[in-house]
Design a protein around this ligand. Sequence first.
Ligand code: AHG
Ligand code: MN
Ligand code: MN
Length: 333
Amino acid sequence: MENTITLKQHLIAEQRAGQAIDAHLIDLLDDVGSACKEIHDATSHGALYDVLGSADVENVQGEVQKKLDVMSNEMFIRRTEASGNLAGMASEEEDDVYSIPSEHPRGPYLMYFDPLDGSSNIDVNITVGSIFSIVKCPEGVTDPKLKDYLIPGTEQVCAGFTLYGPSTLMILTTGNGVVGFTLDPGTGEFKLTHENITIPDDTSEFAVNMSNQRFWEAPVQKYVQECMDGVTGERDKNFNMRWVASMVGEVFRILTRGGIFLYPFDTKDAAKPGKLRLMYEANPMSFIVEQAGGVSSTGRGRIMEVTPDAIHQRVPVILGSKNEVNRLISYHK
Ligand code: AHG
Ligand code: MN
Ligand code: MN
């Protein structure tokens, strides 16, 4: 293979070019890469490793965990907790924030992660992924408590996601654009294959779970109806629709050919202002999308500027191609 720049080599090159990437972050991302390789191994072996199906337990968010949700969570924690790069972590699958065991040294970063995104797709063999977000632990804090994690997405120093699809890919930003690495199954290394990923400003493809339509607010109703009306309506062009039900798959498609993704505010469950989680899904994807030239909003404000008040907080998400997202934001005004 011609392109042999590995994830670690890429990070070292960025550091030498003057980017704010320190040795702890490089080492942490190397560990995250190792966790993702383990998850890739488990997902790609599927039934051979007896990893499909339900674990028959509910997580703190009231969702029944899949065996692979539980395993992936363990893999993320075990691969990253002992290296002295993290002060603590928070996972979609953990009830509370996770304290680094006292036998391990603590480091300067906090990590939030969704160990397995799209887990309803595991048993039907459709792309799933892992999402992560990294911030600096607040100054002077060595034993972070819940309040120390409630930091807006603008503070992220790094965000990424891995897709376990036909090929396994890691998409990454450290605040200097977006790049992608493909896992080479031969050498077991993530290799740089996608440089300077950018989202086209315009699109004629939207992604939304249409079965929630009756619960949406008026601006989203109007926007989606106009897409559906195609050349015969206001927009005077036809739209295509996709819904993978794995945010990782939707966001990678948008990074590749543009599009708009919506999991908007809905009235389905009064306790939830949206489905997706701010810290594990919305913030890291927003950082990546903005770094690729797209826009990410709740409809009423920039997602990364939302001040979190709970670790498992949910938030409405509208992201993707600039001109379409801005149009939908304007409908909210
Ligand atoms: P998770 O598997 O981590 O709970 O996340 C699933 C999320 C997201 O990936 C996807 O966009 C959305 O839920 C799908 O929701 P519906 O099943 O309501 O379509
Ligand atoms: Mn998820
Ligand atoms: Mn998940």
